[in-house]
Write a protein that binds this ligand. Structure first.
Ligand code: J9T
Length: 240
């Protein structure tokens, strides 16, 4: 996958691409990320990327010209999926991450607080995406969140590719608790079943714990989930 980012502060994003899974997947050739400064496509002597809003009001608006020029240059094949990061976008979820990970070419446009000239939305942007119901000072960190979430589901990103699909949200349940050694830490013991080596029982225990955790913390996720009578009974017990 080719991923281009248009940012006003590329330095927020670039160093994070040089570490961990993000670096590994790029080195392995599964992902090419280029981070560009939108200012490089300005033509005036002040290199202005924003301007006052028509009609008045506080805050500055990203000008259309640099974004039109940059996306024209980066999207020569006209096949890119162009994402604008904004709190007004559709919420980022794991299924959306997985859909985006199938694209050949993504261009992420990072905005500022007050937003962008509406003509960019109308003519250039394929999807507007929000990473949650809060406002950031700029879209750079949101872009980084999307890049990280995509990179880890690309083939070859995790040593064990299967594990990405066993995680929270891929099954629409939160994850079960995890333990590692020691089996007894200052009197706090690891549940016996996990030490038993009985794989069926371990699997059942994990599923019950995942259900309980989801019912306690994110009952909204269970509405999408087809529950068996047995699972319903577990959840009702949690509610009591
Ligand atoms: C300026 O961009 C944002 O504030 C932003 C972008 C994406 N998602 C958000 N929740 C906020």
């Amino acid at each position: 996958m080719k991923l281009d980012v248009l940012a006003l502060f590329p330095d927020i994003i670039a160093p994070a691409l040089q570490t961990g899974i993000l670096k590994r997947i790029q080195d392995a050739g599964g992902l090419t990320v280029n981070v560009y400064n939108l200012r490089d496509w300005t033509t005036d002597k002040h290199k202005s990327v924003d301007d006052y809003p028509y009609g008045g009001g506080a805050g500055m608006i990203l000008k259309p010209e640099p974004i039109f020029a940059a996306t024209k240059e980066l999207n020569v094949e006209s096949d890119a999926h162009i994402v604008f990061l904004t709190p007004q976008g559709i919420p980022l979820t794991q299924p959306l991450v997985e859909a985006l990970s199938l694209e050949n070419h993504l261009i992420l446009i990072c905005g500022r607080y007050k937003g962008v000239d509406e003509r960019v939305r109308q003519k250039i942007v394929t999807s507007e995406i929000s990473i949650g119901d809060y406002v950031l000072s700029g879209g750079e960190i949101a872009a980084l969140v999307i890049i990280d979430a995509i990179a880890r589901v690309l083939p070859g990103a995790l040593g064990d590719f299967e594990s990405a699909h066993e995680d929270s949200f891929s099954k629409e349940l939160l994850d079960h608790p995890h333990y590692t050694r020691p089996a007894d830490y200052e009197g706090m013991k690891v549940p016996e079943v996990l030490l038993s080596g009985h794989h069926d029982n371990i699997k059942k225990w994990r599923h019950v714990e995942a259900l309980k955790r989801t019912a306690q913390r994110r009952p909204d996720l269970l509405q999408e989930y087809d529950l068996t009578d047995e699972e319903l009974a577990i959840i009702n017990k949690v509610k009591q």
